[in-house]
Design a protein around this ligand. Sequence first.
Ligand code: FES
Ligand SMILES: [Fe+2]
Length: 418
Amino acid sequence: MLTATKNELLTRVDPGTPMGELLRRYWQPIGGASQLDGNPIKAIRLFGEDLVVYKDLTGRYGLIDRHCPHRRADMSYGWVEEKGVRCSYHGWLVDEKGHTLEQPYEDTTLPRTSAREGCNVRAYPVKECAGMLWAYMGPLPAPELPVWEPFTWDNGFREIVLAEVPCNWFQCQENSIDPVHFEWMHDNWSRRLKGSNSNDAPKHLKLRFEAFEHGLIYRRVREGQSLEDRYWTVGRVCLWPNGFYLGSHFEWRVPVDDENTMQIGWFFVRVPNGREPYVQETVPTWVSPIKDDSGRWISSHVINQDIVAWVGQGRIADRTKENLRASDIGIQMMRRRFFEEMDAVAAGKDPGGVIRNPNEAQCIPLPNMRRETNTQGVPLDKFEDDPVLRQLLREFRYHYGQPPEVRRSFEEAMGIAG
Ligand code: FES
Ligand SMILES: [Fe+2]
């Protein structure tokens, strides 16, 4: 249980809030680079700020205020040029630094005036990595963008999946340090949804949570497993500050504002042995629906099930009314670390996990239960022996709504297209 004050501290993300300031110290994934392929400018709301992300005609990315510095028209209805975005109202041109470069009427009639003074807008650096766009919204200089080891793997089919989740980010992230929910939400509930009448998923028998530089690790033993199992010897990573890493995919819970979260997943499936080299020209990005036609939350896929839990906790979970127990030790550790890191930022320090040394950021290994599978690969006829690969060959089990063209590219990559 938390006090209302502490709950506010963990959940509020606007500029100037302690958590908003902390999370702004890290590069955040904000979508797939391929989302800008059709229309190179897109409105986006992040951390309570209305912005546009764009790619200009020279390939430079920008993330700037959604409102034009002139009279605040919507820049997402402007267009990109060689340098920056031009507002469609009176043609002002703004670049990726937030500087107004052109004011057509003033430039024509009042040359060499100071008309551009005071016309800068908010602007944040954007980088592309692993097919995703990343933004840094904190004080400059920006730290290094961490290149997690899986981003360096080749011969894999990757896809990026977004879901717009109408609740606060922190309850989504608490799910990253919650092993027991797999037994109930993903195993027993899935079996019930398919008609089972019993709760016969293997029980959790033992849990351990540990802190490390880039987050927390949880280890678990379930019925039928032992202390030799990789779920115990390696474990899974609650990635600091708002990610989750499970060996073949990442998830991030990026605050849109206090009451909305963008769930972003990055998924990797290595092609079967014999199909190398496989080079993926572009990484597809798609948005997963979370409600069905009747207005109910979709519950058929793994992360859709998680979303049912998150939104069910309320727009902002009321932690004054909860009862944490033994399965929640990791959640308590995570909250404690957030409070410590907020204090560190308030004291003017870099919080944990921020990387300033470029060499350190190049290929950062994480505890990984599936490194061998994902780097060496397995022959197609052995996919059946691996519970994750077996299911993925049949369907994309994580999110509802994979577009048919993405499925087709996946099947072609795997060599199973009909
Ligand atoms: S409002 Fe954008 S140029 Fe006038
Ligand atoms: Fe889950």
